[in-house]
Ligand binder design. Structure first.
Ligand SMILES: [Zn+2]
Length: 567
C-alpha cells in the first residue's frame, strides 16, 4: 500500500476529546473516526489489524471444536422477557419498535438466540456436546461511553456458546475455551491475566475475565503474590480478621457532640475504626436500604447489588435519608423499623461495637449482633483492598489496574430451563442443557494492545496484529536513484507476500520517520543516497533505538526470515 494513497491522515495534534493513550494514538494515527458517542468507523489500517485479530480468534475457536454460524443482531424483545434478562440489562439494552409496533432489541449478546437455536436442534444426548460461535456486531447503551474503543455502544464480538449434558461436560468445554483464550492472547502478543470475575447481567455461577494489565485500565485487580489468588475488585474477597473486644457488655449511650463521621467518632471515643459500625444508605430500585458494615471497611456496590438482586442501585441523597426519618451522623441499625437492613458479615467479626443511637449527637457503645439488631440480609458486601489479607492464604493482597479483554461464564441451566432447551438422556428422561458462554470484544482487544504497547512516539504493534509488517521509507529529495531502488524493492517485497506500507510521499525524513513511529509498523526499511553508497538499506525494528545496514542483495529473503521468526 502506498502511503500517498492510504485513506486516513496522521495528525500531530493531540485530540482534546481523547482520554486514554489508545484513544489518542488511534485518532492521531488516523485509524478510527468517531461517528457518535461510543460509535466509531474503522479506517483501513485499524480494519486490517481487526481482521488479523478476528482470524486468530476464528482459528482458535475452530481448533477447540467450535462451529461458526451467524445469528442476527435484531432480536425479538420477547426472548429477553422470557429469559428474565431484559430487567437485568435494564437501560443497557437498545430497544426499538417495528412498523407493527412489535418490540425488538439490538443484541448486546446472544445467549437467548443461541439457547433457542440449540433447543430447536438438539433432541438427545447424542447431539451433545456442542459449541457454536459467531463474530457479530453488538449493541449496548452504555451510560458513559469513553476511552475510544474500550467502552463503546456498538462493537464486534466473538461469542461462543457451549451445550453439554452435565456439569462435568461444562467443565470440559470451559477448560477448552480457557486454553483457546490463552492461545489467542499469546498469538496476539498480548499477555493477559486470568481473574475471577462477577457474572453481572449475564448471570450464572462461575466466571473468569482475562485482563491486560495497564496503568490506565478501568478495572481494579486484586492479587495475592503468594498463592496467586487473582480476582476483579468487583468480586474479590479478603479475610476479615476478628477484632477482639471482650465479652458482650450492656448497651451504653454516650454523648458525641459534633461528631458524625466514623473518623470523628472513633477519634473522639478513642476506639479503632474496626470497633465501630458504619451506616451507609442506598436506593435500590426506588427503595431506601440501610447498609451496615464494620467502620474500617468499604461497601462494594457490585456485591451489594448482587445481594439485593436489584436493577438500579445508587447512594441515597441526604434529603432522602432525612425524609426516611433517619438521624444522619448517628444512624443505627439498633431500633430501626420498616427499613430493609443489609449487613456485611464483618459485623459478626467482633463484639462491643460503637455505632449510632438514632438520636442527634449520640452514639451507642457495646452493640452486639444479633443481640441488639436484626438484618434482612447478611453476607459479604465489603470491598477487598490492597493490604487486606488474602482469603485463601492470609498473605497481604496487592492491586493493579487492567482492561478486560475477555469474559467467560458457566451459565448452567437457568437459561435452558426458561427458554425450553432440553435433551433426552439414554433412559428417555428429559433434562435442561447445561450451558456456557464465552465472549471477546475485538475492538477492545485492539485498543488494549495499544495501551500495553506504545512509547512517546506512537504505537508499537505486536507483529501478529500489525496492520502492515514493513514501513518502506525512501529518502529521495536530492536523488531519484533511491526512489527507483525503493520502487523495485516494494514490488519484490509485495511479490513475496510481505505486507508493506510504502511511504512514496515527497516529505522530509523527519515527517516520514515520525509517521512510521506513530503508526508503529514493526520494521522500518530506509533507502537513501547514504545507504546506497554501500549498496545497502537501513533496517530498524520499531521498539529499538539502533538501526543496522543490510546488503541490498538478499534483503527480501532476510526480511522474510525476520518476520517468520518473529511470528
Ligand atoms: Zn493467597
Amino acid at each position: 500500500m502506498r502511503v500517498s494513497k492510504l485513506f486516513g491522515k496522521t495528525q500531530r495534534e493531540i485530540p482534546a476529546e481523547a482520554d486514554t493513550i489508545s484513544h489518542r494514538l488511534l485518532l492521531r494515527a488516523g485509524m478510527v473516526y468517531q461517528v457518535a458517542a461510543g460509535v466509531y468507523s474503522y479506517l483501513p489500517l485499524a480494519w486490517r489489524s481487526l481482521k488479523k485479530i478476528e482470524n486468530i480468534i476464528r482459528d482458535e475457536m475452530d481448533k477447540a471444536g467450535g462451529q461458526e454460524l451467524m445469528m442476527p443482531a435484531l432480536q425479538p424483545l420477547e426472548l429477553w422477557q422470557e429469559s428474565g434478562r431484559a430487567v437485568a440489562f435494564g437501560k443497557g439494552l437498545f430497544t426499538l419498535s417495528d412498523r407493527r409496533d412489535r418490540k425488538l432489541a439490538l443484541g448486546p449478546t446472544h445467549e437467548e438466540v443461541a439457547t433457542k437455536l440449540a433447543g430447536h436442534n438438539v433432541q438427545s444426548y447424542r447431539d451433545l456436546p456442542l459449541m457454536l460461535y459467531h463474530i457479530q456486531t453488538k449493541f449496548r447503551d452504555e451510560p458513559r461511553p469513553r476511552a475510544g474503543l474500550i467502552r463503546v455502544r456498538e462493537f464486534t464480538m466473538k461469542d461462543l456458546y457451549s451445550f453439554d449434558t452435565d456439569e462435568e461436560g461444562l467443565d470440559r468445554s470451559y477448560n477448552k475455551m480457557l486454553q483457546a483464550y490463552k492461545n489467542i492472547y499469546a498469538r496476539c502478543g498480548l499477555p493477559a491475566l486470568l481473574v475471577e470475575a462477577d457474572s453481572g447481567a449475564i448471570g450464572g455461577k462461575d466466571s473468569h475475565e482475562f485482563m491486560v494489565v495497564t496503568e490506565t485500565g478501568e478495572d481494579e485487580i486484586i492479587h495475592c503474590p503468594k498463592c496467586q489468588y487473582t480476582a476483579n475488585a468487583d468480586k474479590a474477597q479478603s479475610n476479615k480478621e476478628r477484632v477482639e473486644n471482650g465479652k458482650p457488655l450492656p448497651l451504653e449511650k454516650v454523648s458525641t457532640p459534633g461528631m458524625a463521621t466514623i473518623e470523628e467518632v472513633s477519634g473522639f471515643l478513642k476506639v479503632p475504626q474496626s470497633h465501630t459500625l458504619k451506616a451507609v444508605f442506598y436506593i435500590a430500585d426506588g427503595e431506601l436500604v440501610f447498609v451496615v458494615i464494620r467502620g474500617d471497611l468499604e461497601v462494594n456496590e457490585v456485591k451489594l447489588n448482587n445481594a439485593l438482586n436489584c436493577t438500579e442501585l445508587r447512594m441515597a441523597t441526604e434529603a432522602e435519608v432525612i425524609e426516611a426519618g433517619i438521624v444522619a451522623g448517628a444512624a443505627s441499625p439498633v431500633g430501626i423499623k420498616d427499613i430493609k437492613v443489609v449487613a456485611d458479615d464483618s459485623i459478626t467479626s467482633g463484639t462491643n461495637f460503637v455505632g449510632g443511637a438514632n438520636k442527634p449527637e449520640t452514639h451507642l457503645k457495646n452493640i452486639n449482633y444479633p443481640r441488639d439488631f436484626k438484618t434482612d440480609i447478611i453476607t459479604d458486601i465489603a470491598r477487598a483492598r490492597a493490604g487486606d489479607k488474602c482469603p485463601r492464604c492470609g498473605e497481604k493482597l496487592t492491586s493493579s489496574r487492567g482492561i478486560e479483554v475477555g469474559h467467560i461464564f458457566k451459565l448452567g441451566t437457568f437459561l435452558s430451563e426458561k427458554l425450553d432447551a432440553f435433551f433426552i438422556d439414554a433412559d428417555g428422561a428429559s433434562h435442561p442443557i447445561v450451558m456456557g458462554s464465552y465472549g471477546i470484544g475485538l475492538g477492545r482487544l485492539l485498543a488494549a494492545a495499544i495501551e500495553q504497547n506504545h512509547d512517546d512516539k506512537g504505537i508499537i504493534w505486536p507483529l501478529a496484529i500489525a496492520p502492515y509488517h514493513i514501513y518502506l521509507c525512501p529518502l529521495y529529495r536530492e536523488d531519484s536513484k533511491a526512489s527507483d531502488v525503493a520502487e523495485k524493492l516494494y514490488a519484490e517485497l509485495e511479490a513475496e507476500g510481505l505486507e508493506v506500507l510504502f511511504d512514496d510521499r515527497k516529505e522530509s525524513p523527519g515527517v516520514k520517520f515520525n509517521d512510521a513511529d506513530l503508526l508503529g509498523i514493526p520494521f522500518r526499511l530506509t533507502v537513501s543516497p547514504r545507504t546506497l553508497k554501500t549498496n545497502s538499506v537501513e533496517i530498524k525494528k520499531r521498539p529499538d533505538k539502533e538501526s543496522e545496514l543490510l546488503p541490498l542483495e538478499g534483503v527480501v529473503k532476510r526480511l522474510k526470515e525476520l518476520i517468520r521468526h518473529a511470528e
